[in-house]
Write a protein that binds this ligand. Sequence first.
Ligand code: PHE
Length: 431
Amino acid sequence: QTPESLNILGNTYKTDEWTNATPTILSLTDRKLHKQPNHPLGILRNLIETKFEGMGYTYYNDFEPVVSTHENFDILGFPEDHPGRSKTDTYYINQSTLLRTHTSAHEAECFKTCKTPGYFITADVYRRDAIDRTHYPAFHQIEGARTWSRNEHGNNIVEVIRADLEALPKPNIVVENPSPVFHVDNPKQDNMSEVETELIAAHLKRTIEILVEDIFNRAKEVAIAAGSTDPDLHAPLKARWIEAYFPWTSPSWEIEVWWKGEWLEMCGCGIVKQNVLQNAGITDRIGWAFGIGLERTAMLLFGIPDIRLFWSQDERFLNQFEAGKINNFKPYSKYPGTVRDVAFWLPHVEKDGDLLHENDLTEMVRSIAGDLVENVSLHDEFVHPKTGKKSQCYRINYQSMDRSLTNSEINEYQDQVRQQLSEKYNVELLP
Ligand code: PHE
């Protein structure tokens, strides 16, 4: 089953009982889509970097995805029982090594080594998840951060932050219910004054609003060019700030943007906790950080209907995009999908829960049929009133982006799914 060691990007790692990274997921680690100039993700990264050119940020694009649990969780103050640490959510290489689940895994390192006031990190990140049009277990994030030194500016740090804030352009956005800056449940840092907190929060929010305005104004142009008559497209962008929680920032927020009739959650952020900076050896600086996902934004900018297309190696996808340009994706013929069910009785156990997680099943099916799996979902569930035994029916949708699948091919996948289900989970298969 699990090999004794895994070779990832030229390094060898010993496996153990924590190992759950699959060959399928590991095969994505060398794609570096955000570095390809003609790929939608590369184009978007470039656009954002260009927007902040000359404003004191260093751009990091080469961090590799294998990090320690220390970098991904501990140094950021994730509690021991945080759900993000669980094997159902995260790909472990072994007990102390994993595929980063967010770009924040590199914050400490960048705070330590960065020579400019701020930085942007763009990278691929991995989270075990369902697979469908909008979810994929690998995606990309941009992390932004900026700090100000107390030593350099002495008592003038407040004036320096204020001047930096005033130097930022004012985006044309209507912000609904701007949240209070901080309060007991979303408190400021002990070592920062109220004015410092307010100014840093304002600088952070303004920076994100600039980014969001730029992206959505482009998305509006694309939508108008594509013939949309949505009246919102001709009004200023609407956004709102909501309270959030991240273990390494306080206070913390999220921005939501009104787009095509719904609030889209765009980006988490906050003021970096003092102990996190201290752990990175920084004792004289205070500042903010944010993290934004690229795929969702790229989907609306380029009109890409399915998140899996980003990983496509099909020329009909790749040839549609060009560095520096935003254009609407033209769908190419999609072949019809095939739906298959698999039903079974779960073995009877006292405790419910960790028997067979939806993510485990999705992953198993994916390890068998790869990207041909369009969707896996729990379709039906039944608990026998007398025996208390539970049966489940999962629905698997097989579909290829670029060819039609044969029945015998799908039958073979289904046979393997059934076989592995009964071997690994001891289920009693239903016909
Ligand atoms: N890493 C967070 C996420 O993945 C986003 C974030 C980054 C939040 C930096 C606060 C500060 O959701």
